[in-house]
Design a protein around this ligand. Structure first.
Ligand code: SF4
Length: 258
């Protein structure tokens, strides 16, 4: 953590969304922030302190996923499955939890996370699912739809999120409502009109108890198309909000990948 801290300007300006540089360094170490979230960090400034970064981001992700794996595999699977909307199974004495993330099936076993019969090697998928399991959220949906910025410590994500997620969807499907609907269906979305006054609303279960609501307003003569993404207020009981922000970005990447 100190090696990361040494590379920062130490001005505690808060532009990264974290109040101090020390707190930011800790978040980078825990793979909750990227070095590039500090606007004063350039490749040169990292190199000026040390020829080689002491820890790469991938090293961090792997380390965090390994640490979370130990906790998640020691969790009571039966209790966790009930609390997170997973399906508990115990075949031949081997306990497992079946769950989906972004419409893709996974199995949580006592050896770790599996996709089909293969151990999952994607550190981010493991971080998100392990965190989801260990938290055992167990909170009913509140019915309150909030944007990502509603959750604490998300300031640095909000702008990037609007650019990389909401504007991307609006641009991709501007004047193409049928294309949007077809894409939603392909990704397992369920039309969910009624809550928000949008031209089209679709619900996706990012994780069994973490729905995402995509609201889309079609372009007209005056305005371009626009999109807003909402989460249920209960999401923070189920998953670290930084991981949630990443999950939503990942979802949008696959959504607009045509
Ligand atoms: S943006 Fe964050 S890490 Fe960068 S100088 Fe400001 S407080 Fe420190």
């Amino acid at each position: 953590m100190l090696d990361i801290y040494k590379k920062l300007p130490k001005t505690n300006c808060g532009k990264c969304g974290v109040p101090t540089c020390v707190a930011f360094a800790l978040k980078v170490q825990n793979a909750q922030r990227k070095m590039s979230d500090c606007p004063y960090i350039t490749e040169e400034s990292v190199g000026a302190v040390s020829e080689k970064p002491v820890v790469t981001l991938d090293d961090n992700y792997e380390r965090v996923s390994n640490e979370l794996e130990v906790i998640a595999t020691h969790t009571d699977f039966k209790e966790a499955a009930a609390a997170i909307g997973g399906h508990f199974d115990a075949k031949n004495g081997c306990e497992l939890i079946r769950l989906t993330m972004m419409n893709k099936p996974y199995e949580m076993r006592k050896e770790g996370l599996f996709e089909g019969d293969a151990y999952c090697h994607d550190s981010w998928s493991k971080i998100i699912i392990y965190d989801y399991i260990r938290r055992k959220g167990n909170k009913p949906l509140t019915g309150d739809w909030v944007t990502l910025g509603h959750f604490p410590n998300t300031a640095s994500h909000v702008k990037a999120f609007q650019r990389s997620a909401e504007e991307k969807v609006a641009e991709t499907f501007d004047k193409n409502m049928n294309g949007l609907k077809a894409r939603c269906k392909e990704l397992g979305g369920v039309e969910n009109q009624g809550k928000m006054k949008a031209d089209y609303v679709c619900r996706f279960d990012l994780l069994p108890c973490v729905p995402l609501y995509l609201c889309f307003w079609a372009a007209d003569e005056e305005f371009q198309a626009s999109c807003k993404l909402f989460l249920d207020r209960s999401a923070e009981a189920y998953i670290d909000i930084e991981y949630l922000a990443y999950l939503v970005e990942r979802f949008i990447e696959s959504f607009v990948e045509l």
